[in-house]
Design a protein around this ligand. Structure first.
Ligand code: MG
Length: 313
């Protein structure tokens, strides 16, 4: 069975797809409607973003399980300090009170994105807000890499998983967008639940070798990901056996060997998060299917210089 939402991420002759990571984190506030709008407006209709549930069961688009202090400001315009509250402990109305338009340049996380525009009055969107945008006929070529973030404290609770997946699917189906989204996660148990509830929606398996350290400020719930230590070339087979159609490795983990293995298995390979010029060049040389990046314009520019495409006419 061919899934249109997998083919949308597949490369080809002279073709490598570009995926806007959290919209376009390098240039606009991450996981904001502004960032998604920007990516769509520059001809990058593939969007990666992160979904977490609030206390009132609303799927919202934000990366961490806790409000991330370097990008959340309170009503007085101050970045959060002290213990960060959990998204799951707040209602959507409470989360909407925070402004996510700026980054704290005094934080290590803020220093990673020195070019991000600084705005006021930007709010955490609901999943529904993004679905409403891409349901617009003018964005009929938009496809979603919808990352489900499992709460590390709840990841081993089957009822929690069933509800998280169920609420997200309910919203996607209500908009008639199940053929335009792939379900993407580091948590393979959660992806198993996705396949159970949505056999019509392909799963996208995120992986990262533990030896390739995390960058500061990321909370990616990898505690529930399998341990690939010392066996990077086996990952594609593990993804395939789990029922994956897309494999999304951390770019530093990708080798000519495991890339070749993934291709033999028919997997679509989308690497994340590729921001530096030399890394973008190496991923193009390896002929990945798709590059997930905080700087979609930068990847477009490289492909353009090489006479390559990022979309099909
Ligand atoms: Mg993500």
């Amino acid at each position: 069975m061919a899934f249109p939402q997998v083919e949308a991420f597949r490369g080809g002759e002279n073709l490598i797809r570009v995926v806007g990571h959290r919209g376009a984190r390098g240039v606009l506030p991450e996981n904001s409607m502004l960032g998604f709008d920007f990516s769509l407006s520059i001809g990058v209709p593939l969007l990666e973003f992160d979904v977490v549930l609030t206390a009132d069961d609303i799927p919202v688009i934000t990366h961490n399980h806790r409000l991330h202090a370097p990008s959340f400001r309170d009503a007085d315009g101050r970045f959060l300090s002290g213990e960060e509250p959990k998204v799951s402990s707040l209602t959507f109305e409470q989360i909407r009170q925070f402004d996510i338009g700026r980054l704290d340049g005094h934080s290590a996380y803020g220093q990673r994105f020195p070019d991000q525009a600084q705005l006021d009055g930007v709010r955490v969107p609901r999943l529904k807000d993004l679905l409403d945008l891409v349901a617009d006929p003018k964005y009929g070529d938009a496809y979603l890499m919808l990352e489900l973030k499992s709460d590390p404290d709840m990841a081993h609770d089957a009822v929690y998983r069933e509800n998280l997946v169920g609420r997200i699917l309910q919203e996607v189906r209500a908009k008639g967008l199940s053929s335009r989204a792939v379900l993407h996660s580091f948590d393979w148990n959660l992806l198993e639940e996705c396949q159970r509830q949505a056999p019509d929606m392909p799963s996208s398996y995120l992986t990262q070798l533990p030896e390739n350290a995390d960058e500061v400020g990321e909370d990616s719930s990898k505690s529930v990901s399998p341990d690939f230590r010392g066996r990077p070339d086996e990952i594609p087979s593990m993804v395939k056996r789990a029922g994956g159609l897309l494999w999304c490795p951390y770019y530093a983990d990708l080798t000519a060997e495991n890339m070749a293995r993934a291709k033999e298995l028919g997997l679509c390979v989308a690497v994340w998060t590729v921001n530096e010029h030399e890394d973008i060049a190496r991923m193009i040389d390896l002929r990945v299917d798709a590059i997930v990046t905080d700087y979609p314009g930068r990847v477009q520019r490289r492909l353009s210089d090489l006479g390559m495409r990022w979309h099909v006419e």
